[in-house]
Design a protein around this ligand. Structure first.
Ligand code: CP
Length: 315
């Protein structure tokens, strides 16, 4: 694997999931694979799970992780190609990425959308510049439009927890007080569609259609109650509007998943990428109840990262 920016970089999802599950049972089986290698973990935005799980995964493979909180501790970065840098930015991403290329063997980067312009965000301009100018294998730690390590962990989790047969997987929009990126929802849709081992339904209020290049293949409905019927997995996530880019169009609290919402499911397992705003996005009773697998899901972030880093090292 030369890079890990989306599901398109994975030849066979099932075999990558099996590799992750092998590492879950045998964490140190390849503890010398990355000896003498360094991974730069560059965070332009906050993180807990991604930051910790990526470091643990790297160490399990013998890779030395080095972190830079570029968003809060680095020089203010410029991303415009031909910028005249007479404002607040101090270093161009081209120059920074070239320097990363001198220090590391693998680069892992988190760069959220700026939410100023949809075309800019959806062009993945920042990740593309980092790939181009660093010359390194790049792993997305969440980009403007996608969160592939999260999605791989989600597929690992459903593989472990699914009942016999083809599960029904429902991605449901949830309320939130802020304008939230589309990355987790886009990415989950892209991966579940490529995985092709579930009946996949997406439910959201009007105005919240995601980019169809990610959702195509899923059944889409505005009727949450109907969508949840018979569900084996319910993935809860807020996202802001794609068409009215970044807008919060709906705060209807009836979309927040409670135990009552689970009554007509197939005793569904409830998933969320975390962090979650309790009793806004997802009820405390579900999060603390027997249907929630969010902690298990977060645990699988280590094995997802380890499988990906291992594939990159072996390329
Ligand atoms: N799910 C996830 O990416 O968590 P963090 O933002 O804490 O890394």
């Amino acid at each position: 694997m030369q890079k890990f920016l989306s599901a398109h970089d994975v030849a066979d999802i099932e075999s990558l999931v099996n590799k992750a599950l092998f590492y879950k049972s045998n964490p140190l089986s390849d503890s010398s694979l990355g000896a003498g290698k360094r991974i730069g973990c560059i965070f332009m935005n906050p993180s807990m799970r991604t930051r910790l799980s990526t470091q643990i995964a790297a160490k399990n493979l013998g890779i030395e992780p080095i972190l830079l909180n570029a968003g809060s501790e680095g020089w203010a970065l410029e991303f415009e190609d031909d910028a005249i840098m007479n404002g607040t930015t101090v270093e161009h991403i081209k120059d920074a990425a070239r320097v990363f290329g001198q220090y590391f063997d693998i680069l892992a980067v988190r760069a959220f959308p700026a939410f100023k312009n949809r075309e800019d965000d959806y062009s993945e301009h920042i990740m593309k510049q980092i790939v181009k100018y660093s010359g390194l294998p790049v792993v997305s730690l969440e980009s403007a439009t996608l969160h592939p390590l999260q999605s791989l962990a989600d597929i690992i989790t459903m593989t472990e927890k699914k009942p016999a047969g083809r599960p029904k997987v429902v991605l449901t929009w949830a309320p939130h007080i802020k304008s939230i990126p589309h990355c987790v929802a886009n990415s989950f849709a892209q991966w579940v569609n490529k995985w092709d081992k579930a009946d996949f339904v997406i439910t959201h209020p009007e105005g919240y259609d995601l980019d169809s290049s990610f959702t195509s293949g899923a059944q889409i409905t505005h009727n949450q109650k109907e969508a949840l019927e018979g569900a084996d997995f319910v993935y809860v996530k807020n996202w802001s509007s794609y068409n009215d880019y970044g807008a919060v169009l709906n705060t209807d609290t009836s979309w927040m998943l409670t135990n009552a919402h689970l009554e007509n499911t197939n005793d569904a397992k409830v998933m969320h990428c975390l962090p979650v705003r309790r009793n806004i996005e997802l009820s405390g009773e579900v999060l603390d109840g027997p249907n929630s697998i969010v902690t298990h899901q977060a645990g699988n972030r280590v094995w997802a990262a380890q499988a990906v880093l291992s594939e990159i090292l072996k390329a």
